[in-house]
Design a protein around this ligand. Structure first.
Ligand SMILES: [Zn+2]
Ligand SMILES: [Zn+2]
Length: 305
């Protein structure tokens, strides 16, 4: 069964809330690792990836002590953010979730090279904040080996209004690339407006461990959100049926103008919508948007040609 449907219909597994992109004083974050971990644990998160900029590490030997920051009900996991030099003085960043092995990265790597490095390490490569980086569709379409991209990045939204990357995602899905979408904070702390606690993923894991979480990321067993909840997505007969927390609209996103929107009418918010599966072309992903304008995103179902 495709992950879009098995995520909600498979009885196995527990829902875990996590942030996949965070900085501390080990690179350019403004809070030490313990305080960062304490904030996320206190806010009800189950796991947190610390993803320091490799080129900004104060001391490559002094990465956070991930095990010491973790407990039985809260995991602090290793990651790295790799800086890549692109033509025309542009810079791309790629996250390697699941490794903090430094000293191997080169800024001259392409995005694909960096993603391959992550895969070789047993880690999960994520293209982060493509809009902030000014990536072109051509740049991003060359990366066939990334597992996910950040459809939302809190700090890029707070600092320069370039946090969303919905059209980049659709471009890749239209090419037939089955890439997942995460929402993440990229918290640096110390901003005028909080750059933490505003975008996260809800992961369904069979095993609450680093390997269990990485495997759920690889297989797309999660959804991304800035607040609203997906409660069910199922194929009933030939219809896709979705249930959500109360929202203003539910967007069924597919190729070009074949997408459609279910709007709340009057004061009555929506908690669900349905569409025939046959009405979608190339791929289907579902978004919902609450009254405050906060988005949530399912991962995509990509149809075979
Ligand atoms: Zn970055
Ligand atoms: Zn970052």
């Amino acid at each position: 069964m495709p992950a879009l449907f098995s995520l909600f219909n498979d009885d196995e597994g527990r829902w875990m809330k996590g942030n996949t992109h965070t900085h501390t004083t080990c690179s350019d974050g403004q809070l030490p690792p313990q305080q960062v971990a304490d904030w996320y644990r206190g806010a009800g998160y189950d796991f947190l990836f610390l993803t320091e900029h490799e080129e900004k590490l104060a001391n490559p030997q002094a990465l956070p002590d991930f095990a010491a920051l973790s407990s039985t009900d809260f995991l602090v996991l290793p990651g790295l953010e790799l800086r890549l030099e692109l033509p025309n003085e542009r810079v791309a960043h790629l996250l390697a979730l699941g490794t903090a092995r430094t000293g191997l990265w080169r800024p001259t790597w392409s995005l694909s090279d960096a993603a391959q490095f992550a895969l070789d390490e047993g880690a999960v490569p994520v293209i982060d904040h493509p809009y902030w980086s000014g990536l072109t569709y051509q740049d991003i379409a060359q990366v066939h080996n990334a597992v996910a991209l950040e459809v939302f990045n809190t700090t890029c939204d707070v600092v320069c209004a370039k946090g969303f990357a919905r059209s980049y995602w659709d471009h890749l899905l239209t090419q037939g690339l089955s890439i997942h979408g995460v929402a993440a904070d990229d918290a640096h702390w110390g901003r005028q407006v909080p750059d933490y606690g505003r975008g996260w993923i809800m992961v369904k894991v069979k095993e609450f461990s680093q390997q269990g979480i990485l495997q759920a990321l690889r297989t797309g067993h999660f959804y991304a959100t800035c607040g609203p909840e997906f409660r069910a997505v199922a194929l009933v007969g030939d219809e896709v049926v979705v249930e959500t927390s109360p929202v203003q609209r539910i967007n069924f996103i597919t190729d070009n103008g074949y997408s459609s929107v279910e709007h709340a009418v009057g004061d009555q918010l929506l908690t669900g919508a349905r569409r025939p599966l046959s009405s979608f072309r190339k791929f289907l992903r579902i978004e919902c948007v609450d009254k405050a304008g906060h988005f949530a995103w399912t991962n995509a179902l990509v149809f075979a040609e």
